[in-house]
Design a protein. Structure first.
Lengths: 137, 137
């Protein structure tokens, strides 16, 4: 598959407001957007650093994926997202190579990107997302 | 502090060889270096994607930090490293703002970079590294 850069890193946090204070006040990054993704039961805050975004994720429900992650593992890095050219063919290729897919077809994620997840069982424990901006096609 | 980009993402793996196969064979990245960092008790493999490196970390001892991490949490993303301009002043600033430091002074890490870690207790659970290439100064 044709990966170009790390699109974002998803970080599970308990409290979005407190975490924004750290990323802005200590690391000197600037939060440029806060967005709720209802089907993922999360509220997200975005920062840009070089080519990559940092996406802080606060769960809006203990039943959501981030709520469950924090309950099990605590706060921390949740997933890594690669920008890919040709997301559907990348998914088909991964499947053909024996990778377990969470999403066989891309769906719409935060910021309107086409996204799909590979299962951490097939990726050495790293929840891995593929992203493509298909809005201009 | 003045962060410019994500220098690398450190990923703890059980078996470097198996993981290299996934990153090369499925994701299509190219391992350009394998290096042992004896004081950290790890063997590392590096891949480049855009501005960022992926650093796979296999423990060479169950007593090393990566061995302990895998025992506690399993394989997965271990730390995130930001490239910073002026690593010592960044550390001083973080400390002044109440951040717990693992390294008060930079030390030499993989690839000869000056590196220092912030403690995950102060960074919402994310083991955070600052890096600077000071070799040309």
């Amino acid at each position: 598959m044709n990966l170009t850069h790390i699109e974002h890193i998803g970080i599970a946090v308990k409290n979005l407001e407190d975490s924004i204070k750290y990323y802005e006040g200590v690391l000197g990054l600037k939060c440029y957007s806060i967005e709720e993704v209802t089907d993922q039961k999360v509220k997200t805050a975005f920062f840009k650093i070089g080519q990559t975004k940092i996406e802080l994720l606060e769960s809006t429900s203990p039943e959501g994926p981030i709520g469950k992650f924090i309950e099990k593992k605590g706060e921390g890095i949740h997933h890594i997202a690669f920008n890919v050219k040709g997301i559907q063919s990348a998914l088909d290729e991964a499947k053909e190579k024996g990778i377990k897919l969470i999403d066989e077809k891309p769906r719409t994620g935060a910021e309107g990107l086409s996204i799909a997840f590979l299962h951490p069982k097939s990726t050495n424990g790293v929840l891995t997302e593929l992203c493509e901006d298909t809005s201009s096609k």
